[in-house]
Each structure stands twice: as structure tokens, then as C-alpha cells.
Design a protein around this ligand. Structure first.
Ligand code: AMP
Length: 417
């Protein structure tokens, strides 16, 4: 039997991994510029953590989580998103007592048993950030500027920021009632999915992709028009900051995220190049979640961005990082004792930080030279018995084609990196 990777998972092979490394380096650099520090949480957590935070009725918790019992009969879940774990760590380690505002970011794999399709995997990767401890609208805006800056640095030209306010525990209940009354009038004609949502999560009906649902809800009331003073002021402050930084956005009164915990700001960044799964990133404020998970009331805001979709968007923009990581030096050898000499020399050069490749397959000199070429080594050194005796060998600069005679004991000097 030949083993294959699990449906919805992907190997990232050499040649592809360089694009990932480039994205990761860019994410780290931009996060650092905003003074966010990295946090790494475990890949699995108690199932209850996600049920509690994301919401029992969300698609993620009700049908997509990788949940299993371990040998102690504990119910565990591979993390479907990053925020719950960050908050768990924040509460567990009393991070709020160390500083009034904690700004962290993460990069890592997430797991959801979704129907695999373009842009939807079962193990996918996200980078994201969370700022815990402040109500400032500046942080809401920052959560949009960070991913946008990352996209810009990577060369994604077209991305659109859609923003909404989903209100808070003071203004949302009355609005919800109004919305449900309205939805009930066309209940029988809604799609089955939306019908199920009317009672559970009516705001999501407005976000339905079904064209008929959209028509039926065309004149439905929108949360943004029923905000309390505080939510309304906060929304205006976020938009003013986007205006002041010259950040284009669209207000989308129907936007709701697939996670229940948002209050006030909710946003999405989409890339028109991506087709039907066009969301690159999403985020918002979740002022009640820390308390919900047993911590002190802590206003907070964050975002998460998909990395597979980002790679696709970069490919479409023609700006993927080159998939080539070539050695600086290839040492081609003719039999023993040159092979042993090359092994020792390579180790010496490698410990000085140079990337050096050898022949491990006992190939002919000609075939070793072909290999050096295939690997696009910057230099080629040919060493046999004569070279060892004289202490001199030919070093070929593969870019220019020029050959120079070098002293074997002092090769490093001749290598331009
Ligand atoms: P969410 O955590 O659902 O808000 O998702 C944030 C971002 O992660 C989305 O905008 C996507 O870019 C990405 N994402 C979410 N689910 C998947 C998935 N199943 N496969 C690939 N990317 C995903």
C-alpha cells in the first residue's frame, strides 16, 4: 500500500517552501514594526475552550472541528483558529498583570474538517495578531493596517477592506429581535441554511451567499444603523483613522464573521483574484471573550489571515518568491582521498556559514559537474589526487564562467557569496 497525505492537507515541498519562508519573514518584520511579539501555543487544546469561545452554533464548532478522545478519555481538539488559545494563555499566565496592554502575533497550522476545494483545506496556515487590554479604536485600525502592510510589502496590489460594526451586548439584542421579525416574514422562502440561522444566528442570514436570500433580505435592517452611542462613536473613530492613514475601505453592513465572539468592529480583506473563496483575512473586536473564558474583563481586538490563499494571490500577481536555494560551492571530487578531503573541507566551510554541496553518489566527474550546474551552485571546485599533492585547484565561477587557480587551504578568500 502506498501512503498518501490526508485529503485536504498539503505537503509544502522544496521549491514551494521558499515562498512560505518569504511570507513568514515579511510577517515577522511587519509585526516587529508594530511592536507585536510572537506567541506559540500548542496545536491542541481542550474541546471546551473552542466550544465556549467560537460558539456552539457556529459551523466551525458544530461540524468542522477535529475532535478526539485521548487515552485518558479527555476530549481534545486540534485548534481551528488562533484566538481562543492566545486568550487561554493570556489568562493562564496572568499576562494582563505583567503589562496593561499585550500585543502578540502567531504563525501556525489550523485544522477544520471542511469540504476540500480551492482555497479550503483541512490543515491550513494562518498568521494573526491579538491586542489585549485596550478599547482604543487605534488598535482596531492597526489590526487592518498590519495585514494590509504585509500584503503591500509582498506585492499584492488589489485587496479590498470591508468593514462593519456588529454592535455590542447593549445594542445588539434589540436589533436582533427586529431583524428576526423581519426575516420571519420571508422565512418560508429562505434557503434551508438561512432558515436554520434565523433563530441561531440571524445576523449571518444577511451574509448568505444565496442570491435569493440576498434579494429577500435586500431591505432588512442593518446592525450599523442601530448601534448604541458608544458603538457608533467607536465605529466612526475607526473609520476616521482609516481615512487619516489614507486606507481605502468599504462599509459592508451585511458583513458578519463565522465566529460568534465579535463585538463592535468586524472586517474582512478580500482579494478579487481569488474567486469564490476570496477572503484573505478577517478580524475584529471581541471585548467580552476573555471574561467568557474565565479571565478579567479585557477589551481586545485581533485578526487572522490565511497563508495558502495568500500564496495563490501572490502567484496570480506573479510575485512569488523564487524557489531556488543554491549552494555557494560544489566540490567535485575524483576518487579517494579527495572525497574524504572534500568532506572535511566542506564541514569547515559550512561551519563558517557557507552553503556547500558534495557528491554522495560516487558519480563521474562529468556527472558531478552537471549536478553542480543543475543546482546552480555559484562556484565549482574540482579536486583529485594531483590537486591534493600540489595544494592548488581550479575554482570555476559558474556565473561568469571564469576559472582561477586557488590554494586549497584558503578557498574561502576566493568565494564571493
Ligand atoms: P477565520 O478564522 O475563519 O476568520 O479565517 C481567517 C482566514 O483564514 C480566512 O480569511 C482565510 O484566508 C483563511 N482560512 C480559513 N479557513 C480556511 C480553510 N479551510 N482553508 C484555507 N484557508 C482558510
Amino acid at each position: 500500500m502506498k501512503f498518501k497525505s490526508i485529503k485536504g492537507t498539503k505537503d509544502i515541498l522544496p521549491g514551494e517552501v521558499e515562498a512560505w519562508q518569504h511570507i513568514e519573514a515579511t510577517v515577522r518584520r511587519v509585526m516587529h514594526s508594530f511592536n507585536y511579539r510572537e506567541i506559540r501555543t500548542p496545536v491542541f487544546e481542550l474541546t471546551a475552550l473552542f466550544a465556549r469561545s467560537i460558539g456552539e452554533l457556529t459551523d466551525i464548532v458544530s461540524k468542522e472541528m477535529y475532535t478526539f478522545r485521548d487515552r485518558s478519555d479527555e476530549s481534545l481538539t486540534l485548534k481551528p483558529e488562533g484566538t481562543a488559545s492566545v486568550l487561554r494563555a493570556y489568562i493562564q499566565h496572568n499576562l494582563g498583570e505583567q503589562a496593561p496592554l499585550i500585543k502578540v502575533y502567531y504563525i501556525g497550522p489550523m485544522f477544520r474538517q471542511e469540504r476540500p476545494q480551492a482555497g479550503r483545506l483541512r490543515q491550513f496556515h494562518q498568521f494573526g495578531a491579538e491586542a489585549l487590554g485596550s478599547q482604543s479604536a487605534q488598535l482596531d485600525a492597526e489590526m487592518m493596517l498590519i495585514p494590509l502592510d504585509i500584503y503591500q510589502a509582498l506585492g499584492i496590489a488589489q485587496s479590498r477592506l470591508k468593514i462593519n460594526s456588529v454592535g455590542c451586548e447593549r445594542c445588539r439584542p434589540a436589533y436582533k429581535e427586529k431583524l428576526v421579525r423581519e426575516l420571519m416574514m420571508s422565512y418560508d422562502n429562505l434557503s434551508p441554511e438561512s432558515r436554520a440561522r434565523v433563530k441561531q444566528n440571524p445576523l449571518r442570514v444577511l451574509d448568505s451567499k444565496d442570491e435569493n436570500d440576498r434579494q429577500l433580505t435586500k431591505h432588512a435592517p442593518l446592525m450599523k444603523d442601530y448601534l448604541c452611542q458608544e458603538c457608533s462613536d467607536h465605529f466612526a473613530a475607526v473609520l476616521a483613522l482609516l481615512d487619516a492613514t489614507g486606507t481605502p475601505y468599504e462599509i459592508d453592513g451585511r458583513l458578519v464573521r463565522g465566529l460568534d465572539y465579535y463585538t463592535k468592529t468586524a472586517y474582512e480583506i478580500i482579494s478579487p483574484a481569488l474567486g469564490s473563496q476570496d477572503a484573505l483575512a478577517g478580524g475584529g473586536r471581541y471585548d467580552l471573550l476573555t471574561q467568557e473564558l474565565g479571565g478579567k474583563p479585557t477589551p481586545a481586538v485581533g485578526f487572522a489571515a490565511g497563508m495558502e490563499r495568500l500564496i495563490v494571490a501572490l502567484e496570480k500577481a506573479g510575485t512569488t518568491a523564487s524557489g531556488n536555494q543554491s549552494p555557494v560551492l560544489f566540490i567535485a571530487t575524483i576518487e579517494e582521498p579527495a572525497r574524504r578531503w572534500a568532506f572535511v573541507k566542506a564541514h569547515e566551510l559550512r561551519s563558517q556559514g557557507l552553503s556547500v554541496e558534495l557528491d554522495y553518489l560516487g558519480r563521474s566527474l562529468k556527472s558531478q559537474m552537471r549536478e553542480a550546474n543543475r543546482q546552480r551552485s555559484r562556484y565549482l571546485l574540482v579536486v583529485g589526487e594531483d590537486e591534493l599533492k600540489s595544494g592548488l585547484a581550479k575554482l570555476k565561477d559558474m556565473e561568469t564562467g571564469t576559472e582561477t587557480s586557488v590554494t586549497l587551504s584558503d578557498i574561502q578568500r576566493a568565494l564571493k557569496r
